[in-house]
Design a protein around this ligand. Structure first.
Ligand code: ADP
Length: 492
């Protein structure tokens, strides 16, 4: 088995614990790589190294244009290695090779975009209310950023954080999910070649409590950029608040995908099926609640079931596989337990409903694409994030009812609206409480378009030009151009 050390200060280091843990391939259920089990001391070393790189040495001496150039070079190197990195991700998270290749070939765009943006950040001259002063603002980096990432799209979600953070001039300590560390460790090999000085990007590996939390609590980390579950997000938010740290939290969802009777039905069926079964439902934006207008409900459900039944399951490295395994054993068990919860709540099982026993699934952690109808929005299956291939279908009468149901959850990440009525599309997009609304499409993301959550789905925005300001702080500089500095003890 290949053994992976951690990357700190441009060197590969072994964990202080002397311990290693196994990374599993969800398709075979077998371990395939050994990962360093980092702890608080490793985190401390990495953070101090990143802090030194932030305060001394070549990185803070570089111009923003030079930083941008290095970021663009990194983009080129990722592009060259995209297919190889995609394969590492599939071996770790079991997502389809076609999707991961697509993602990895898209990832360079984040480094190009934010690389280009690096030297376009500028302050302002303030037309001050006081005579004899010149006042201007400048944006400055925060310092050491701790980036903590999940297992579903490791290098894409790393890019969302790294590209703006580095463009802004920060240094980074990155901790990938303990379930999918390999692609990040392979990616970081490109950092030196791109031209980043040692210590600017560091990777520590291990478990959330053992190495993630010490990163959050460390006095020298100034921002925590996190994607993961809302449970962990809450813990991180509370810990970060104690030291007044900035946070970017991209958390869960229970996104409504809403189909009106005037929609292009074929498109809506395709959108609903890919909204929940793509990536085996393991995306924070999964369209896990499908709201269908009553007048078309039954016919729509039949069409959806017919399509969902055709999904080919199997080896995620095969190009013709359409639904892969669940990434982790605990997640597999969680998905199955939610299926039981839905059954017990009285939802009507229409498809799937358990582990996949098809021969092509072997010993992998597969769950059959599962569809429930007759779901009431107050049921747990409609309120809680499953993060798996489980769809809850809820009927509605009209626009007002659709909105009431759509917004009646504590999450607010994404939402889909399927209609041919432009007025309705705009009304819905105004009233749905979520960070993204897709009309007649679903799951689209871009490096240019802001992404983030309303309500319990998170704090801050990633992507889009303003994302760089999430990694900057504003300074106001006052210069006396002729105002008298009088004796403070002489009253005037
Ligand atoms: P999941 O349960 O789906 O794996 P998590 O939100 O727990 O999702 O994990 C996302 C990332 O957060 C992972 O890198 C994980 O190691 C990390 N993490 C988990 N718990 C903590 C914690 N208490 N403090 C810091 N990081 C954590």
């Amino acid at each position: 088995m290949k053994k992976y050390q951690m990357y700190v200060g441009g060197e590969w280091i072994s964990p202080k614990s002397g311990e290693w843990f196994e990374s599993f391939n969800p398709f075979t259920g077998e371990p395939w790589a050994l990962i360093a089990r980092g702890n608080a001391q490793d985190a401390d070393q990495a953070i101090r190294t990143a802090h030194t790189a932030f305060t001394e040495g070549p990185w803070p001496q570089m111009t923003a244009s030079q930083r941008g150039q290095i970021l663009r070079k990194l983009g080129d190197l990722i592009a060259k290695n995209a297919d190889r990195l995609a394969e590492f991700e599939v071996l770790d998270n079991g997502k389809l090779i076609a999707e991961m290749r697509g993602q990895l070939n898209y990832v360079p765009q984040w480094y190009y975009y934010f690389g280009g943006l690096a030297d376009k950040v500028q302050g302002e001259v303030i037309p001050l209310d006081k005579k004899g002063y010149f006042n201007f603002t400048r944006y400055e980096p925060l310092g050491v950023v701790a980036a903590i990432t999940p297992w579903n799209s490791p290098l894409l979600l790393t890019a969302w954080k790294l590209a703006p953070a580095l463009a802004a001039g920060n240094t980074i300590v990155l901790k990938p999910s303990e379930f999918t560390s390999v692609s990040t460790l392979e990616f970081v090999k490109l950092i030196e070649e791109a031209g980043f000085p040692a210590g600017v990007v560091n990777v520590v590996t291990g478990f959330g409590k053992e190495v993630g939390m010490p990163m959050v609590e460390h006095a020298l980390t100034r921002k925590i950029a996190f994607t993961g579950s809302d449970t962990t997000g809450r813990i991180i938010n509370e810990a970060a608040a104690r030291n007044f740290k900035k946070v970017g939290l991209e958390l869960g969802g229970k996104s409504p995908n809403i189909v009106f009777d005037d929609a292009n039905i074929e498109d809506a069926v395709n959108g609903a099926v890919s909204g929940i079964f793509a990536a085996t439902g393991q995306t924070c934006i999964a369209g896990s609640r499908l709201l269908i207008q009553q007048s078309i409900h039954d016919a729509f459900v039949e069409k959806l079931l017919a399509l969902a039944k055709t999904a080919k399951m199997g080896n995620p490295l095969s190009l013709d596989t359409q639904v892969g395994p669940v990434t982790t054993r605990p997640q597999y068990e969680k998905v199955l337990s939610y299926i039981d919860i839905a059954k017990n709540e009285g939802a009507k099982l229409r498809l799937g409903g358990g582990p996949a026993t098809r021969p092509e699934c072997g010993k992998g952690w597969f769950v059959e694409p599962t569809v429930f109808t007759g779901v009431d929005n107050r049921m747990r299956i409609a309120q809680e994030e499953v993060f798996g291939p489980v769809l809850s279908i809820i009927p509605f009468k009209d626009e007002d009812e659709a909105l009431r149901i759509a917004n009646d959850v504590r999450f607010g990440l994404g939402a889909g609206v399927w209609t041919r009525d432009i007025g309705r599309a705009i009304r819905m997009s105004e009233r749905i409480q979520s960070g993204t609304v897709w009309v007649n499409t679903y799951r689209a993301v871009s490096y240019m378009s802001p992404f983030g959550g309303y309500k319990d789905s998170g704090v801050g925005r990633e992507n889009g030009a303003q994302a760089i300001y999430e990694y900057l702080q504003l300074k106001s500089v006052w210069i006396n151009t002729g105002a008298a500095t009088g004796n403070p003890f002489v009253m005037r």
